[in-house]
Write a protein that binds this ligand. Structure first.
Ligand SMILES: Cc1ncc(COP(=O)(O)O)c(C=O)c1O
Length: 419
């Protein structure tokens, strides 16, 4: 170890890891072959398909099979998938949709864009995910749906949430953007709710070529509805003579993207297993460090580790969390001080109600019967932001990276040890 255990890089010492952590490298010869095969076909036939060609059909069928059976429609992004899932449920304007506090802005913005009111449920104590109790507190006669993001790849208590939702007769959308391949009691997330949305953007577990999303459901009627809503309301599956039945946009995914998605999907199970193994080694390798705890999940869930949250215990350390994180970064581990983008309901678009010009709609509409100024302090979520930082990881970390990351934690923890 030599000078590794000595001076912190933050104070001019030599960093544990001088080389940047490796890029994911998750696109390779398989995706290249898929794109070539698709383009060869296009050139040979002289015909460029738009969507719903054999590539998208194959991708959606394989994805549905991966989720244990059902129906999938590939769309243009994860945000679009949420938007389409909400539309597929045919909810009424000025109703309320309950959603967990942590998500991407694209996971919540579709709610007000469809003239419904987002109701922010706190996270469960000690979790980034919302829970059954926090959701039930917000249920009112105006509640029309619940969106459950599974944050960081860690499944929410979807069993408990489905029980609450079922008791009140409210449909559930699972937001699995960050949780491809995660399991709750052995079952894939996305297969519990009425309908689910996935993002297949470049950084997600598997990607359909940079941007993309998938809507999944086990309900054929909802699938058919989703197909219409993702395609300008075209009368797919409706009787002869029906016309475009709903105002929406074109959220279709291209066959080219689907060809990449299918090649990626084949790698997904192994990518998820690798992430689990790496997280397991990091958790074990840092278990003796009193000032941090890398997140251990409940026994009934298997995270797919989009990232790895860690708790910081200031009473065990001679520094604050921010300094600890700065020090980790200086040693070569690019951690984030708290949940990456914070909570979207703290952002300007929400606080200034910027959805439909300066009208303040949907909150300000006389048709909304709830309290338009209701606040959502979310103390559990705030406590998570304060106490946790997040570690990026991916399936292509090898022994060298895992050892370096553990060494970084050991060095920084030793430097800030109390007593
Ligand atoms: C929880 C969650 N929901 C929705 C989205 C939106 O997905 P996209 O970026 O593909 O639109 C993301 C993206 O990171 C997300 O993390």
């Amino acid at each position: 170890m030599g000078d590794r255990v000595n001076k912190l890089a933050l104070h001019g010492g030599r960093p544990v890891r001088e080389a940047q952590l490796p890029a994911r490298g998750h696109i390779g010869s398989e995706e290249l072959a898929a794109v070539s095969a698709y383009m060869d076909k296009v050139v040979a036939t002289g015909t460029l398909g738009a969507y719903q060609g054999e590539e998208e059909e194959a991708y959606c069928a394989a994805f549905a099979e991966y989720l244990g059976g059902g129906y999938a429609d590939a769309v243009s992004s994860g945000s679009a998938a949420i938007y389409v899932a909400l539309l597929a449920l045919e909810l009424e304007a000025f109703t309320e949709v309950i959603i967990g506090p942590f998500t991407d802005p694209g996971g919540i913005m579709p709610i007000p864009l469809q003239s419904m009111i987002p109701m922010i449920a706190d996270s469960a104590p000690g979790s980034f995910n919302t829970g059954p109790e926090q959701i039930e507190e917000l249920i009112s006669p105006r509640t029309s749906a619940i969106i459950v993001p599974h944050i960081a790849g860690e499944p929410a208590d979807i069993g408990g949430i489905m029980e609450v939702a079922g008791r009140h007769g409210i449909p559930v959308i699972e937001d699995c953007a960050q949780a491809h391949g995660a399991r709750y009691r052995g079952q894939q997330v996305g297969s519990f709710g009425d309908i689910a949305a996935f993002s297949t953007m470049s950084g997600k577990h598997h990607s359909s070529g940079g941007q993309g999303g998938i809507v999944f459901t086990r309900d054929e009627r909802l699938y058919q509805s989703a197909r219409r809503m993702a395609d300008r309301g075209k009368p797919h599956f409706l009787p002869e003579g029906a016309t475009n039945m709903q105002a929406t946009l074109n959220f279709n995914q291209t066959d080219l993207a689907a060809a990449v998605g299918l090649a990626q999907l084949r790698k997904l199970p192994e990518m998820v297993e690798r992430r689990r193994a790496i997280a397991g080694q990091l958790i074990e390798g840092t278990a003796d460090l009193a000032m941090i705890a890398l997140r251990q999940t409940a026994p009934e869930v298997a995270s797919s580790y989009w990232f790895l949250p860690a708790a910081f215990y200031p009473q065990q350390a001679a520094c604050d969390k921010e300094t600890f994180c700065k020090s980790l970064r200086a040693e070569g581990l690019p951690v984030t001080d708290d949940y990456r983008s914070g909570m979207p309901h703290r952002q300007t678009w929400y606080t200034e109600r910027r959805v439909f010009g300066s009208s303040g709609y949907p909150w300000a509409s006389p048709l909304y019967e709830g309290d338009p100024n209701r606040e959502f302090p979310c103390p559990n979520a705030q406590a998570m932001l304060k106490s946790h930082f997040t570690i990026p990881l991916h399936e292509n970390w090898r022994t060298r990276e895992i050892d370096d990351v553990i060494a970084i934690f050991e060095k920084v923890a030793a430097a800030y040890r109390t007593g």
